[in-house]
Write a protein that binds this ligand. Structure first.
Ligand code: GLN
Length: 486
């Protein structure tokens, strides 16, 4: 009997949720997850594992399974990015400045997961304060890409900033993982690790208890093995929360119910200005794959004109860094975590705490953001970027009058080597060209596996919808995912 219940960790969340579980099943899947975590310890996926609390959660789940009334995620092992505050569990945002921070409260998203019966396995590695596209900017060292390891390469990044979460899913350490997406940090690592990453409409999922990077862009979301699994988790974590002033009161109907609704023959748009960006054979092949899958699902393909979309990247990097410089002012050595020792006075304490506590990339961004907000430059940078943001959002809004969803690559390249952008850190910002417009406009978007590039690593494609079209985005992505095997 026990044997029948094993092997779930390498399967999907939906098969776990749909299984007829017997008492002991939660304990047994947790054991499988822990074995996988131990086997892959070299990938450096977790900053903190929660062995004791996970055991207690599995025990409670088994009691409930015995009673025969499972909750939506009963016993499902989930990994959580380390920028979600977890009650009594160290939460670092991969920063030295928060190395010893133990939150006195639980984030909205993790409370929802726990209330639905999930088992929180641990806190995953990330770029410090979610600033980066590779998980190299972590005070705890980089995470390795399991898809690279499978090719015998131990020098490939998993993407970022939710690189630990994507690697945990790809290496079957969990059934799904939680990430955050400010400018692509769920979709791009999903693309790099060959899994699915879904960012709901901005405001659909409360940011309460998420360590802030750029509040007008930050969005919780999910990394999973399939579109259906992403829908299952999203149904649990989306919803109104009065503690987040940008949380939406009404959103959309149950996503899992919408997955199999007939999408008819949708019109799918390809942004012309992006289609022209074919910097490599791999990217060209990915475009062709997108076009062919659009046809395979019986959709109509049109090319849409988005003349301002290319301006998204510079606008994003002004807005995100400006907001970050303000959000990170709270780390002053007085209220949270790390404080420099042997200081000569209060100014010295602030300077040394922030100087030693933040990593290079975070300091670079605080400086750039502070500059963009400073008097005399505010109009030239921040205000202009805000205007570009409005233009991009309006332009995308009118595109959705012609098409149901847009489709384009998630990232211009497959995963790269550790250190590839070290000599010119801002060159990494270009990796985000296809992801940031979505955040500027607050749209729902999902990345699903697209092609295998010439170096053997995966590249994802994105489906993007208008605000609140999350059900539509998921049902079209679900069809496109099936078209992969067709
Ligand atoms: N790579 C982008 C950045 O560094 C996006 C990060 C994110 O979405 N958190 O800002």
């Amino acid at each position: 009997m026990q044997n029948k219940q094993s092997g779930f960790i390498s399967g999907t969340l939906s098969s776990w949720c749909g299984a007829d579980k017997i008492a002991g099943a939660a304990k047994s899947i947790l054991q499988e997850a822990e074995e996988s975590i131990d086997r892959h310890v070299d990938l450096n996926v977790f900053i903190t594992t929660c062995k004791e609390s996970a055991q207690a959660q599995a025990k409670a789940s088994d009691e409930i399974i015995r009673g025969g009334r499972c909750r939506d995620l009963e016993g499902a092992p989930i990994a959580v990015k380390d920028n979600y505050c977890t009650l009594g569990i160290r939460t670092t945002a991969a920063s030295r400045i928060l190395t010893n921070f133990i939150p006195p409260y639980e984030s909205f998203v993790t409370s929802r997961l726990l209330d639905a019966g999930a088992i929180v396995l641990g806190k995953t590695n990330m770029d410090e304060f979610a600033m980066g596209s590779s998980t190299e900017n972590s005070a705890f060292g980089p995470t390795l890409n399991p898809r690279g390891i499978a090719l015998g390469r131990d020098d490939i990044v998993p993407g970022g900033s939710s690189g630990g979460s994507a690697a945990a899913v790809a290496a079957n350490m969990c059934l799904a993982a939680i990430g955050t997406d400010t400018g692509g940090s769920i979709r791009q690592p999903a693309s790099f690790c060959g899994v699915v990453g879904f960012k709901p409409t901005y405001g659909a999922c409360s940011r309460w208890g998420v360590i802030a990077y750029a509040s007008s862009l930050d969005q919780p979301g999910v990394i999973a093995k399939t579109v259906e699994d992403a829908a299952i988790i999203s149904d649990v974590i989306c919803g109104h929360d009065a503690r987040d002033s940008t949380s939406l009161e009404t959103t959309f109907s149950k996503l899992t119910d919408c997955l199999r609704t007939d999408t008819g023959s949708p019109t799918i748009g390809i942004p012309k200005q992006f289609r022209d960006l074919t910097i490599s054979n791999d990217l060209e092949r990915l475009w062709q794959e997108i076009e062919s899958r659009v046809r395979k699902i019986g959709a109509k393909l049109v090319y849409v004109d988005l003349p301002h979309i290319k301006r998204s990247l510079p606008a994003y990097y002004i807005i995100a860094l400006s907001e970050a410089s303000s959000n990170l002012a709270r780390y002053d050595g007085v209220r949270y975590g790390f404080r420099a020792a042997k200081v000569t006075g209060v100014d010295d304490m602030y300077e040394r705490t922030r100087g030693d506590g933040f990593g290079e990339e975070v300091k670079r961004r605080i400086l750039l953001g502070t500059f963009a907000l400073s008097s005399g430059y505010y109009d030239q940078y921040f205000l202009r970027a805000a205007k570009v943001r409005r233009l991009v959002a309006t332009e995308l809004g009118s595109a959705f009058e012609q098409v149901d969803v847009l489709a384009f690559p998630t990232a211009p390249t497959p995963a790269f080597k550790i250190g590839a952008h070290r000599s010119d850190p801002t060159s990494m910002y270009l990796e985000d060209v296809f992801t940031v417009p979505v955040n500027l406009a607050g749209l729902p978007a999902i990345s699903i596996p697209g092609i295998v590039a010439s170096n053997g690593l995966p590249m994802g494609l994105q489906i993007v919808g208008r605000r609140f079209a999350d059900p539509h985005v998921l049902s079209i992505a679900h069809k496109m995912e099936q078209a992969l095997d067709a």
